[in-house]
Every structure is written in structure tokens, then in C-alpha cells.
Design a protein around this ligand. Sequence first.
Ligand code: SF4
Length: 497
Amino acid sequence: MTEPPIETVAFVSLGCPKNLVDSEAMLADLASAGYRLVSDHDEADAVVVNTCGFLEASKEESLEVIREAIVRKESGDLRRVVVAGCLVQRHRAKMLEWAPGIDAMVGVFDRDRIRAAVSGTEPSDSPGETPWWISANAMVAAKSRGRDTVNLTVQGADGRGLGYFEDDGERMRLTPRHWAYLRVSEGCNQNCAFCTIPSIRGKMRSKPLDKIISEAESLMASGAFELNLIGQDTTSYGMDIGEDGGLVAMLTALDGVAAGNGGGWIRLMYAYPSNFTDEMIDAMASLPNIVKYIDMPLQHASDKMLTAMRRNVSATHQNDLVQRLRDRIPGLALRTTLITGFPGETDEDHAAMLQFIEDVQFDALGVFKYSPEAGTVAGTMDTDPALHVPDEVKIEREREIMLLQQEIAFENASYVAEQGSVFDVLLDGPHETNNGYMCGRCYHQAPEVDSRTIVEVSASTPPGSLVRCKIIGSDSYDLLARPEADLERRVSLPISS
Ligand code: SF4
């Protein structure tokens, strides 16, 4: 007896903002195929898990979610378990050993096969029982979709790269209406010794500028005031596809899009230090809708570690770049990410990192304990007992870094309050415990990763409103604010209460 077709689908999106955009695109594809998307998994015929495979920890998290879904399927509460994303791309058939019961798999270059994976009625590329669509790399995926790749090179030497050919235009947004992620590239040409991303997402592929502009237009037309630019290495934007002007041209174009929509916040995330030019700094300083904010993972501050990490940048270069950024972009907010416990890291290296944090006074900082990953250069280094940093040392160094950064952040927050600074605050939503307050963010606070600003305004105020506020206090990392001027409703579309 044939099974009735799958009608309802639940979706779990794990990992980074790039994976979230993939999830949004797959959701839009499933909806346009007529599937009813449900948030209550009990109503779902099928569940899609879009996995993260960056670190061992994210692998375990993804497998846990998949196994839970398989248990539900085995108990008859679900009919189909579909897995997608980076863990699938990185480990392929191994997924079926780790989680027997998976019904279909889709790789990162094949998300447009999600309908087939959910329906279970179409032939697939896989030799075995479990259908899967997992292209070896972007070039293979492009060829199988009839794209002319003859004169193109995987790496994009001489600007002849394949580029980002997937379509992020149709998305069912998982972020609030008033802000969105805008992917400008995928993959990476850097070769950091600890990183698995190039082996998963492949070489750098910039999205053609005209596509970025049209996506920005439609996101802003749909109510997004803030666009967060994402990729793996946004500094190198356009180099692989010969996009003249690269990052500067892109920022200039997006500033124009925001101006054409009554203003906006264009925020640069995932910048890379080695090739951040003066032209890029000047563009960030002069373009009004480009937020004076940069997220630039630097990973370490000792030359020995930067060399061992294969970061292609020196400590002097990083210090100089930070100084130039601070000197030439007044009010610049700087976020970074660091790794502690990399193989071979000594107390001296760690001390250099602490001194760097003290000197730079980052506005926001995240730190990861080094995680050995199979298939990476550093993963091999870590097997050497002379280089391996014991977990307890990693934990202690991480604690010292976070304590130092906490001190800096708390001081910064109370200093801003003492000054009675005035900022525009983009309201995100009601405060979780007090309905006399809304939570929002000033320009120096990125969504989901940074601190927030708590505003004395009714919790029924529409999210996406931009309110000019005076900072009247601070509470650890967060700022407390009081409206200065009347609300300026930002969201052009009617607000659903
Ligand atoms: S820049 Fe380095 S850490 Fe970032 S994605 Fe590329 S290789 Fe990985």
C-alpha cells in the first residue's frame, strides 16, 4: 500500500548565519512546493535538520537532534527524517552509520534538491538505499545544473572563479522582519590550520554584485532596516570573480540601496585582516549607511601562533590595522574572535594575547577553546604531546580572557552611561521579564552575538522601530536607555500586533 504523500514539514536550523540563510532558502522552496511548514514537531510528517559540521561539538549537537527525530520516527510520530548542511557535506555516508534511520541527505551545494529529499519520490545520486544529493564541490554542482564552467577555475585565479550561483533571493526569513543576513560570498581561499570550512564549503565564491543589490532591495522592501553582511572572508569579496572595486564597490552600492529606502544599517561581519586596505577603511568611514562596526576574527596575537595557525598575517600587521581603523573611523566598534589553547601555545603566547586585548579594548569579543578537527593541519599538530595544550590549561586561559574582556566591556558600558551618550536604538522586542521595557540595539551591537540596550518604552512598541535614546545607565554588558525623541517608525510595512 503506497504511503500518503508528506504534507507537513518541521525544520531545525543549526550552526552559523550562512547555514541559517540556507535554511531560509530551503523553507521558501518547500513552501512553494506546497508543503505546510509547522513549528510544532508533533504535527510534522517530516523533519529537516540543517546541520553544522564545523567543530566536534557542533557535530555532536547535530547528531543528537537527528537521533531524537529518528526515535520519534521509530515510535510512529514521524514519517521522514531529512538531513542537510555541513555535517552531511563533510561526512556523507558516515552519517548513516552514526544515525541509521536517516531517510535522505542533501549537501551544502544541493539545497535545491530539498523537495526531492522530503518527498522521497524522486531518484537520487546515491548508489545505496538512502537517497542523497551531495555534490563533491561547487563546480560539480554547477556542471550538473547545466552551468557553463569551461573557462572557470575553482580558486578563481585572475577573477575567473565560478562565483556563488545559488539563489538566496527567495527566503522564508527566520530573523525578525526588521533585520536580515545578506550573504555576499561562500567558501574561503584562506587556509587557516584549524579550520574545516574550506573542506566543507569549498573555495571562495563571491556573489555577483548585481545579485547582492537586488537581494538588498527586496530585503529592505520587506521591512529590513539592518542588513548584516556575511561570508567566510568578506574582505576578499569579489576578487575571485573579477568584481571591480571588490568590498569598496559593494559597500558603496549597498549604501545607495539603504539611502534609497530612507536609510538603514549595513553591517560588515566576518572580515579578514590580511588584505583590509585604506580604501576599505575610508569607505567605511565616509558612507553614511555603513555602520561604524566591524566583526573581524583575529584568532590570536602572538606571531608564533599566527604563523602556526597559517593566518598569513603578523601581530604587527594586526596592531597596525586596528590602529588605522580606530584612527580613521570615529566611534568604530570592533568585535573579534580568538582561539585559546592552539597546539604549541605557551604561557608567553597567552600573555601576548591578554596584552593585545588590554591594548585594543575590543567592544565585543568571543573566545573558543581550540578543538582538534580531523583533516586539518592543526589536528595533526595536536597529536604531538609536545604541542598539545591540556584541557584544564585551555579552560583556565579561556577564563582569564573572558574575565579581562568582561572588565573592559563593563567599564565601556558604564563610561557610555556616564557620558549620557545619545544613540538611535533599533528595537528588537519586549524585555523578557518586564513589560515596561523593550530590548534593542545601538549601532555598535550586532544581533545575536553582542550585548543589547534596554529601553524604557512600552512593550507594545512595534519591533523594528528606531528610537533616539539617551543612555542613562548600564547593567553588566547591557546599556539602559530612555527615549529622547518621538518614536520613528522604521518598518514600512504594516506592523502585525
Ligand atoms: S578565514 Fe580561516 S577560519 Fe575563516 S573560514 Fe577561512 S579558513 Fe576558516
